[in-house]
Ligand binder design. Structure first.
Ligand code: FAD
Length: 1011
């Protein structure tokens, strides 16, 4: 198998990448590239990285705090040795070609020396110049010297030269006087720098629609009409009201809130013609959270169609309706009128019975859509790339990451409206294509990180530092953090205890580092949020000053305390004290833990040879790694073999033939058709798989791309007439024969989707119907085409096809699941009966064809594969990723990745993006010569082991084994630290590092101790 050795600069390509825009898309691309050994220049025009996500409160459909998710990524991006941050910077010129670009960067003066600034904020307090805070969407003021938001990265203030009194009028300099760090530098000048890079990734995001244009909603004129982005800030703990939602008119808590959907979307007359893809879901999220803040709130969402097309999205809408009691009204709001005395709003809309209704609300939230940034045409000129007619970066559906200029790739909302996981996917996907381009130059531009040697603390008494985080008001709003810190300071072994505003922010971490050195601390407890996202961050922090990573404990006083007990401050404080004291008790007994490192086999096994598996295989091979592509069928192609064209008109069969040719002719891809896996063993970097043809292959990663199948309907008389067909059959029929002008074709949506037990949207069916309906109408305009639907989920730019279908005369009738169309077929032909709400009567259509838009199902082998690889699936039977938002192509177990329909229903372009993303993640893993495995594993004490085999039988990973002496030994590399062996061992011969019995017992004792 061919493999290219990284580290040798070949073809003179520069081993670095310029990433423009540092929202979640840009950060994801940067981190993957940096992990793979390429140098990244990450530039952003704002003073902090973070983008739109830093402005959000929580995210759908998990309800996770956006800042908690993005903050560790921001810190990681700023600390990664292979990432160079350039904030307040823009690209002005790009010359050269793929492999060798020269980019000119305009670096704005910050007037604050980043190396000296400690982020203390004393300057900000003294600054007399007040400016509307754009980050808070104009709902509050900030100073001329400012941090974009409390967790900003880099945590260095910047002076806004437009509003600084000294820079404009030559008076003031108050900031300079109070800055102990001497960081203010009024001599700072704008600079121009040149960067040599091999590739460029564009992730500038986009802007939200300005709703002033929609005068009927009164935005800008009526105070209590806010945008959805403003509402995110109102909900946010770090927002203008500290997380207690207040009406702009009078500061009163709104009790009746209305969300108005599609403001700035789906309307080519007075806004944008496309669907913004995320507004339906964020409105559900905001209404749920508003009710969590105050259960007495009446929340109503006024909508046209609910476009909950993503994984588990329909369940989230059901949760809003059924659990939170959010009212959904399918109605168009025509006007909002303000009662000028009370600030209340009268909302006019047409009710179910067709009559005008006037309802009074306290607050209205306009669900504003996305549009390209104002500077998008200038931007496309600078980078020399084409945009579509609306200003989004032009890509093709079959090459969704590539712009019109070679070597320049795109990710995120600049390519079209999308949510966080799709942005993350494209971030990793664009990294993968850049890795393919520059694979041979990996490692040529980066410097190795050198950490100080670990301090030997074996002879020292515990000297514990305790840091109790306010997390803005997230914790401090419910817990008396000072009291927690004071009580902790009296615990034995505690040398230092204090509170800290944001422990995870750079200044918080800097403080921890300084105190470790200053006070000789040898163990640290941070009391803040979930260890799941934040432990690695703090572990790195203490390691940087010479402490072993495992001399650290994270006491979760947010998720497990302040958030769930926000209504009882005394009890919450008492519980926080207990939690912190338990962690201190464990920390006294912490010992350094060493981690093993293992070599990496530089190849991947991909299961599934559909478009996902093939796309990933080609990308990984291009990056320079070997691929074993295993396909159960005798042919490659999977479901795509039956698709002729996509809705955009691309010839799918020729794309497929071309892809198959590339796969079969690539020497780095070893193809195994008609083959499955019969046995598998190993761990990240070192797997061994036995195929059912007897061959054994070794590989460093596993990529699951096993796809799904089409649902075979039994509804609507499908079995009883050959004129009742699926969309796939109908595509074949119309490609052979043009329908007669006299024909009537009735399409029925959501067949086998969005209902228990398959209560999910299959995502492809609406556009499948639109595609076939348009094809019929274009070739035979007089043929009658009727689509019976629940919600037409023509999300994003697919909305244009919905419009095109309507313009071509396709008729749309909406139905509810409890009143579905009825189909009869007999001697009198096929009849379809439907109750039409608008006409208010029953309609019977004589149909020549009934076309059923059938959904997708997980592959029947999914359960078997999941069992073999110990992976989990969601309730609908699709594989479950490690994190819905931030790790959409990883499995929780290291070394396993996921792409395509195996993850959830999706389109071809989305599958291609996701496959590239998985290829990027695999590439980043395989680029390492050695991997450090987790230190949290079971340790086996052979001296007290009785070899009773209890562990051998119980371990799901096969790490205890019977050695040559017939006794139990332990393969630590295979161990995942799950602790089952420790639980079942009667002799206590197994103890899990960092979770030893004595450490856990100490925690229990601390919790049960009576004062
Ligand atoms: C109100 C609202 C609620 C939302 N809620 C959710 C939710 O709950 N769940 C979800 O999944 N999604 C949600 N989204 C969508 C989500 O925010 C986006 O999908 C995601 O943040 C897009 O990331 P990005 O990296 O593409 O762009 P951005 O986050 O916009 O980042 C782009 C960055 O690039 C910078 N930039 C732009 N031009 C330049 C330039 N020329 N040079 C240098 N830098 C530049 C920008 O300043 C910005 O910092 C919501 C969006 C909105 C508006």
């Amino acid at each position: 198998m061919t493999r290219i050795t990284p580290g040798q600069e070949k073809k003179d390509r520069t081993g670095s990448v310029l990433v423009v825009g540092s929202g979640i898309g840009g950060m994801q691309a940067s981190l993957d590239l940096a992990d793979s050994g390429l140098l990244v220049h990450l530039i952003n025009d704002e003073p902090s990285i973070g983008g739109t996500m830093s402005r959000l409160d929580k995210t759908f459909p998990t309800g996770d705090c956006a800042m908690c998710m993005i903050s560790p990524r921001m810190v990681e991006s700023s600390r990664h040795a292979n990432i160079k941050l350039h904030t307040m910077a823009k690209v002005s010129k790009v010359e050269g070609e793929e492999g060798n670009f020269t980019a000119t960067i305009e670096q704005k003066a910050r007037y604050v020396d980043a190396d000296k600034c400690t982020g203390c904020g004393a300057c900000e307090e003294k600054c007399p110049s007040r400016v509307l805070d754009v980050f808070n969407q104009g709902l509050s003021n900030r100073r001329a010297i400012y941090a974009l938001f409390p967790q900003a990265v880099p945590n260095t203030r910047a002076i806004d030269s437009k509003y600084c009194l000294y820079l404009n009028k030559g008076v003031c300099r108050k900031c300079e006087k109070v800055c102990d760090a001497d960081a203010i530098n009024f001599e700072d000048k704008d600079e121009q720098i040149e960067l040599k890079v091999g590739s460029i990734i564009l992730t500038p995001g986009l802007k939200t629609y300005s709703p002033e244009i929609r005068q009927e909603f009164g935005y800008g004129r009526i105070k209590n009409v806010v945008t959805s982005l403003q509402f995110e800030r109102l909900l946010s703990a770090s927002g203008p009201c500290g997380g207690t939602v207040e009406r702009p008119f009078d500061g009163r808590h709104p009790k009746k809130i209305a969300w108005i959907q599609c403001v700035g979307s789906r309307n080519s007359h007075n806004s944008n013609p496309w669907c913004s893809s995320v507004c339906c879901m964020y409105a559900a999220k905001q209404s749920i959270i508003a009710k969590e803040h105050d259960p007495d709130v009446d929340a109503t969402v006024f909508y046209m169609e609910i476009r909950a097309f993503g994984k588990d999205f329909d369940k989230y809408i059901d949760k809003a309706k059924n659990d939170s009691g959010v009212v959904y009204k399918r109605a168009m709001v025509s006007e909002i009128v303000e009662d000028t005395e009370t600030g209340d709003l009268v909302i006019h809309y047409v009710g179910d019975d067709g009559k005008l209704v006037n309802d009074t609300y306290d607050l209205a939230v306009l669900s504003i859509g996305f549009e390209p940034r104002e500077d998008s045409s200038e931007f496309s000129e600078i980078f020399g790339i084409e945009t579509d007619e609306y200003g989004f970066a032009q890509t093709s559906k079959l090459r969704p990451i590539e712009t019109s200029r070679k070597g320049i790739y795109v990710a995120g909302t600049y390519q079209g409206p999308k949510d966080i996981p799709e942005t993350v996917i494209q971030g990793s996907g664009s990294a993968a294509v850049a890795m393919s381009l520059l694979g041979e130059s990996r490692g040529t531009q980066v410097e190795e990180v050198v950490l100080p040697p670990e301090k030997d603390i074996s002879e020292e008494e515990p000297k514990i530092g305790v840091f109790v985080c306010h997390c803005g008001v997230n914790i401090a709003g419910a817990v008396d953090v000072q009291k927690v810190a004071d009580i902790a300071s009296k615990e034995s072994g505690v040398t230092h205890s204090e509170t800290i505003i944001y422990a995870c922010a750079p200044d918080g971490q800097q403080k921890i580092r300084e105190l470790i050195q200053e006070k000789g601390l040898n163990r640290v407890v941070v009391a803040s949020c979930t260890p799941r996202t934040h432990s690695p961050l703090f572990q790195d922090t203490i390691r940087e000053v010479g402490l072993n990573r495992f001399l650290f404990e994270l006491a979760d006083i947010r998720e497990q305390c302040s958030w769930c007990h926000s209504d009882n401050h005394d009890k919450a404080t008492e519980k926080a004290i207990d939690i912190v004291n338990m962690n201190i008790a464990k920390t006294r007994l912490l010992d350094p833990v060493s981690s093993n490192s293992v070599g990496v086999t530089h190849s991947v096994l991909i299961l599934g040879g559909g478009v996902a598996g093939m796309t990933a295989a080609l990308s990984i091979a291009e990056q320079g790694y070997g691929v074993y592509l295993v396909e159960k069928d005798k042919e490659l192609g999977g479901l795509l073999r039956r698709v002729r064209r996509n809705i955009e008109g691309d010839d799918i069969q020729s794309f497929l033939t071309d892809t198959i040719d590339k796969v079969t002719s690539n020497p780095a891809i070893s193809l195994h058709l008609g083959t499955t896996v019969s046995d598998t063993d190993g761990f990240v970097g070192n797997f061994e798989t036995k195929l059912d043809n007897g061959q054994v292959v070794k590989h460093g990663a596993v990529l699951i791309a096993t796809g799904g199948i089409e649902y075979v309907p039994h509804q609507y008389q499908y079995e009883n007439s050959e004129k009742i067909v699926t969309q796939r059959d109908f595509e074949d029929i119309i490609s052979d024969k043009t329908p007669s002008p006299d024909d009537t074709i009735v399409m029925i949506q959501c067949v086998g989707s969005r209902e228990e037990p398959e209560n999910y949207c299959s995502r492809i069916c609406c556009q499948d119907a639109l595609k076939n309906a348009i094809a019929v109408k274009e070739r035979s305009p007089d043929t009658q085409v009727v689509i019976l639907y629940r919600d037409m989920r023509a999300y994003g730019l697919k909305e244009m096809f919905y419009k095109q279908a309507r313009d071509l005369g396709v008729l749309f009738f909406q139905f509810e699941p409890d009143n579905k169309p009825e189909v009869t077929s007999g001697e009198n032909g096929i009849k379809v009966k439907i109750d039409d709400k608008i006409l208010g009567k029953e309609i019977v259509i004589d149909a020549d064809y009934v076309v059923l838009s059938t959904g997708l199902r997980p592959h029947p082998d999914t359960e078997k594969v999941a069992k073999a690889y110990k992976l989990t699936c969601n309730l609908d039977g699709f594989f479950l990723e490690a994190h819905v938002k931030l790790r959409p192509v990883d499995f929780p177990s290291e070394g396993y990745f996921l792409a395509g329909l195996a993850h959830a229903p999706k389109n071809i372009d989305e599958t291609i993006s996701q496959s590239l993303a998985a290829a990027g993640r695999v590439g980043a893993l395989l680029s390492h010569e050695k991997l450090t495995v987790s230190g949290i594993i079971s340790k086996h004490n052979r001296d007290i082991c009785m070899s009773c085999l209890a562990c051998f039988r119980a371990c799901p990973f096969g790490s205890p084994y019977i050695d040559e002496e017939g006794r139990i030994s332990h393969n630590e590399i295979k161990c995942t630290g799950c602790g089952i062996c420790a639980g079942v061992c009667p002799a206590k011969a197994f103890q899990v590092n960092y979770f030893r019995d004595d450490q856990i017992t100490a925690m229990i004792d601390a919790a049960t101790e009576i004062d």
